[in-house]
Design a protein. Structure first.
Length: 313
């Protein structure tokens, strides 16, 4: 059996205004959870903290994570990111909202971010018989953490979302204006960026997203399109319209999602399914304005957390 994990926790950024407080603590506990409850060998866990977590270092770590498979459903890969999420203009012009989601690295560059498109290419290369789980304790939403003032003061909350500078938001606005001026022409052009066999599916997606924009359809739960959830598992800290909290919990700063996940795993001694995990984590986060999300194939919901696909229920 092959088990590997890459853990990324960034409190300190090249831009001091982006400071967070609980991300490094998240990765330290997650490392202990992996070795104690899930049988990950310590030498197969790589951790990148603060200035170590540059764009280049993260890309190298991802290449390492997605390698050396044994096959036969015996491989487990786990990626945990505690950092800011952010949004930039869609580079490929194939997203209806004209946005690319990105993970904020220590040396984040608004002109060259670590985009969802970059991550998706890697994740799509992971074999189908590998249990790949991505835990994202960060925000991919532009909204602000809301809640009762006393709760915000009690937990000393900061949202894990980095607002783009004006020049980026202006580029997003320009792309949206061009889309809205000729929606059908935009769709025809966007479809050309996909293989022809995907055109029917993408056309349905664009049509549904246009309805959502008009208010004719409910919004989707999250925007983490970087993970092909028809094959892999995404554990996300919040819905698209929410932010993930960086908060003071139990006397130390943590990501609320990572903190709750740790409490649930410890109480269950690591023996629970993905569905049980997300349900119990949600119950612990009722004080926070965030709803954790589980996105994966239906059959994976009953599977053991971080168990090989060749075994378990």
């Amino acid at each position: 059996m092959s088990k590997r994990a890459l853990l990324i926790g960034i409190n300190h950024f090249a831009d001091p205004a982006a400071e967070l407080r609980g991300c490094v603590n998240d990765t330290r506990e997650v490392r202990d959870l992996l070795t104690t409850f899930f049988g990950f060998p310590p030498d197969e866990i790589r951790v990148l903290h603060d200035s170590e977590a540059t764009d280049a270092a993260i890309r190298r770590g991802l290449d390492w994570l997605a390698s050396d498979y044994q096959g036969m459903g015996q491989d487990v890969r786990f990626l945990h990111c505690s950092t800011h999420g952010a949004q930039v203009e869609d580079e490929a012009d194939d997203e209806w909202d004209c946005l690319d989601e990105c993970l904020v690295t220590h040396d984040h560059d608004w002109d060259r971010p670590l985009r969802d498109d970059d991550l998706r290419k890697l994740f799509e290369s992971i074999p189908e018989d590998v249990n790949f789980t991505f835990l994202a304790d960060c925000c991919h939403s532009g909204s602000i953490q809301r809640g009762e003032e006393e709760k915000l003061a009690e937990y000393d909350i900061r949202p894990r979302f980095l607002q783009a500078p004006r020049e980026v938001t202006q580029r997003i606005a320009q792309k949206r204006a061009a889309r809205d001026a000729d929606p059908q022409g935009w769709i025809r052009q966007a479809l050309k960026t996909f293989p022809q066999e995907q055109w029917d599916r993408k056309l349905r997606e664009f049509t549904e997203q246009a309805r959502q924009q008009r208010g004719d359809s409910p919004d989707s739960n999250n925007k983490f399109a970087m993970v092909p959830v028809d094959r892999h598992v995404l554990l996300a800290g919040c819905r698209a319209e929410q932010t993930a909290a960086d908060a003071r919990l139990g006397g130390e700063y943590r990501g609320a999602f990572s903190w709750a996940l740790g409490r649930v795993i410890q109480k269950a001694d690591g023996r629970l399914s993905y569905q049980e995990l997300i349900t119990r984590v949600g119950e612990l986060l009722q004080d926070f304005d965030q709803c954790p999300q589980l996105e994966c194939p239906v059959e994976m919901r009953k599977r053991d957390v971080l168990g090989p696909l060749g075994a378990g229920r």
